[in-house]
Design a protein around this ligand. Structure first.
Ligand code: GLU
Length: 449
């Protein structure tokens, strides 16, 4: 029996999600969805100084906008007793030790190690402290932070993206897991939760590769088996600069406000920087079907906003009516499926549909050139009686062409200008039945309608 996968996205609510965060969220959520597993949204919010409710709410909104529906939502700040228990366990094994250095003292030591040609890692001086030393430091008012004593070995795993990976933990500082104020770092809390929640796959950015070496040691110290890890390449700005949550680069909120389609953002976030072609997809299931961790590139990948705009348009051109019906209604757009199918191929952004709806509904000032006035009046006289179906335009043209002797642009262009007030747009064949006979007649006669 195979176990159903459990995956999670663990953002810290310290800023707005950007497309790079969306990439991580989607790899996890869509893989879980495709494999019939569970997806957890877990707020990594133990850093109370930087985490805010408002950012947590914004993350929930952005995740929802992308179309991700978590099976479970957790807040680490509400799970502290579990971390307390893990800390006690690590202390009992001698794997967590108190250290008292201030940031300045650590900096001085790093500098001196560099001068001596040594790697600037923590020298473990705190391991040599006696009970008496500790009592004296605490009497001075110092509070300890707690470090995890690394094994100092080659930690290896088979990465879902990068293949065989190794981290030599002898080259790293023992990580701080508990701060002076007693708060926990995510290095610990992620591990405790991943174990307890039965997380089977951790997919995250390649900036976490070293962390994974450390966290595998912590997982094993807590008596658990590590999950599968995958580290995807990072998205960068077209300028080459890395994305920053703090600086608000390419935030999902800004892209949404700019009218980009969530499905286009999701597709580009997932497919950029892979060997897969970037193409519009019909829905998230279709995108999920394309995910293949082995096809993710190793180099950072540029996320191009111009490419996103083109993909938003291409995505709209294929969207079924049912997918957009609610959003069209919210824009005050009527006309049902017939209207949507008539205009979707002409949209760059969804709100453009409202522009075409106004063209259909009127009132509209028709554009009628003096030289075409007579032609248009004759064409008006030939407009078929109602009721109209999808073939009315063809029947009308079958009459107008021989009567006017016009064809091609000389025939269609004045009709388009009169009926829609615009140089170009959706096919008249599809628009005419929506405009209806009364409005069409008025417009052909040069009257607002
Ligand atoms: N909050 C961490 C981050 O966003 C979580 C890392 C992880 O997935 O374990 O980088």
């Amino acid at each position: 029996m195979s176990i159903k996968p459990v995956l999670r996205f663990a953002p810290s609510p310290t800023g707005l999600l950007h497309v790079g965060n969306a990439r991580t969220a989607l790899y996890n959520a869509l893989y879980a969805r495709r494999e019939g597993g569970t997806f957890i949204l877990r707020y990594d919010d133990t850093d109370t100084a930087r985490s805010t409710e408002a950012f947590a709410d914004a993350i929930a909104e952005d995740v929802d906008w992308l179309g991700i529906r978590p099976d479970r939502v957790e807040h680490q700040s509400r799970r502290l007793p579990r971390y307390d228990a893990a800390v006690e366990r690590l202390k009992a094994q001698g794997r967590l030790y108190p250290a008292y250095e201030t940031e300045e003292e650590l900096e001085t030591r790093r500098l001196s190690r560099r001068r001596r040609g040594l790697p600037p890692i923590y020298d473990r001086a705190a391991l040599k402290l006696t009970e008496a030393d500790r009592a004296r430091l605490e009497a001075e008012g110092r509070r300890p932070h707690w470090r995890f004593r690394l094994d100092g070995r080659q930690v290896v795993w088979t990465d879902m993206v990068r293949g065989e990976q190794g981290v030599d933990t002898a080259t790293l500082s023992d990580p701080v897991l508990v701060r002076e104020d007693g708060s926990y770092l995510y290095t610990l809390t992620s591990v405790v939760d991943d174990i307890e929640m039965g997380v089977t796959h951790v997919v995250r950015g390649e900036d976490h590769v070293t962390n994974t070496g450390v966290q595998i040691e912590i997982i094993e110290a807590l008596g658990a088996k590590p999950p599968a890890f995958g580290h995807h390449n990072l998205l960068i700005l077209p300028s080459g600069e890395g994305l920053s949550k703090r600086l608000g680069h390419l935030s999902l909120r800004a892209l949404r406000e700019a009218g980009e389609e969530a499905l286009a953002v999701a597709s580009l976030a997932v497919l950029t920087g892979t060997s897969l072609a970037v193409e519009p997809v019909a829905d998230l299931d279709a995108l999920a079907a394309r995910i293949d961790f082995a096809k993710i590139s190793r180099a950072p990948a540029r996320f191009d906003p111009a490419e996103l705009s083109a993909l938003t348009a291409a995505t709209l051109h294929h969207l079924p009516f049912a997918t957009v019906a609610d959003r069209l209604a919210a824009l005050g757009v009527g006309g049902g499926e017939a209207f949507w199918l008539a205009v979707r191929g002409n949209l760059a952004r969804l709100p453009d549909a409202a522009v075409w709806w106004r063209v259909v509904e009127g009132p509209l000032a028709p554009v009628v050139a003096a030289k075409d006035r007579e032609f248009l009046a004759d064409a008006a006289a030939l407009l078929p009686e109602e009721s109209w179906d999808g073939e009315v335009y063809a029947r009308w043209m079958a009459a107008v062409k021989p009567a006017s002797g016009r064809s091609g642009r000389a025939l269609f262009h004045p009709l388009r200008l009169a009926l829609t007030g615009a140089e170009s747009g959706p096919e008249l064949k599809a628009l005419l039945p929506l405009i209806g006979r009364a409005r069409a007649l008025a417009r052909l006669r040069g009257e607002p309608g």
